[in-house]
Design a protein. Structure first.
Length: 304
């Protein structure tokens, strides 16, 4: 990976203001279609799910309706399971994996829990293959009351109706080479700090909640994924992306403190997946299959 010495927006050592954010946004190019890739697949699932429009993002000149799939037969008293993808829009297998899970596996859980799938939380970022929203905010640091990120505020409003009823929440993500070549350098430039290069783990791993890691649950998800693709090893310090392993393939963050999506429901079982699509040992299809396997295993373990 080649990492540039200076990010092309802003002045090194100075945090961005509105002008720098505007300059960064002007550099972003739409590269794919949310309507064709996501909304059309959601529409095809209408016979099997209730389709909820839970908000709309008005990012001029574009508008993006936000959709979730909900069990068509909703039974009060059953636990709720939430699957989210595309919080970081550039993480393709998270979006595709959430949709594939709804298409291929969700029927196995019918009558046992109430399912909600929000496959693309950040459609502007999906289209522009970006981590941030157009205001240079990282949605996965902004899931908190009064969020300035409209994507986060809309999803928080959606899940508030089920707060306390959600048994399991799995949030589907990727870690890519572009984290090191684009997104972490952009973050350092935005915040006016020095970029310190890191490493990208080769393989699948999980991020648990530091307050409630539920290692048996995490292991069940890893066991299912290991039948599809490889689990990321720790580095020479026993860490993955700078965090110590709690168990092989598992690290932990403080979900609520950091404003992470996986912490929005208060679910007993919650995790964030991370798969590495740039690995020479995995294909894009394997990465999607790993996300599907992880979601299925998460729900199955929670029901047990």
């Amino acid at each position: 990976m080649t990492i540039s010495a200076a990010y092309p927006v802003g002045t090194p050592g100075h945090p961005w203001g509105p002008d720098e954010v505007a300059a960064w946004r002007a550099r972003q190019v739409r590269r794919r279609s949310y309507a064709a890739d996501v909304v059309d697949r959601i529409e095809a699932l209408r016979p099997r799910y209730e389709v909820l429009q839970y908000g709309r993002l008005d990012y001029q000149p574009d508008g993006y309706p936000l959709f979730a799939l909900q069990s068509r037969t909703w039974r009060d008293g059953l636990p709720v399971a939430l699957v989210t993808g595309g919080v970081h829009g550039y993480e393709t297998s998270g979006v595709a994996g959430a949709l594939a899970f709804a298409e291929m596996q969700a029927a196995m859980f019918a009558g046992r829990l109430n399912l909600v799938v929000a496959p693309c939380v950040s459609p502007w970022a999906y289209e522009h293959i970006q981590r941030w929203n157009p205001h240079a905010l990282d949605p996965n640091r902004n899931f908190r009351a009064g969020s300035a990120a409209a994507e986060c505020a809309a999803l928080l409003d959606l899940v508030a109706r089920w707060y306390g009823q959600v048994l399991v929440h799995i949030d589907l993500h990727e870690t890519t080479d572009s984290d090191e070549t684009e997104f972490r350098p952009a973050l350092a430039a935005r915040d006016g700090v020095t970029f310190e290069p890191g490493t990208v783990p080769d393989g699948f791993y999980l991020v648990a909640d530091r307050a409630r890691p539920q290692l048996g649950f995490q292991q069940a998800v890893l066991d299912a994924v290991a039948t599809v693709t490889h689990i990321a090893p720790a580095d020479g310090r026993g860490e993955i992306i700078g965090s110590p392993q709690l168990a092989p393939g598992v690290i932990a963050y403080a979900f609520a403190e950091l404003g992470l999506c996986a912490g929005i429901t208060g679910a007993r079982y919650q995790t964030t997946t991370e798969v590495y699509p740039d690995s020479p040992r995995a294909t894009p299809e394997q990465c999607i299959a790993a996300q599907v396997a992880a979601a299925g295993a998460a729900l199955a373990y929670a029901l047990r």
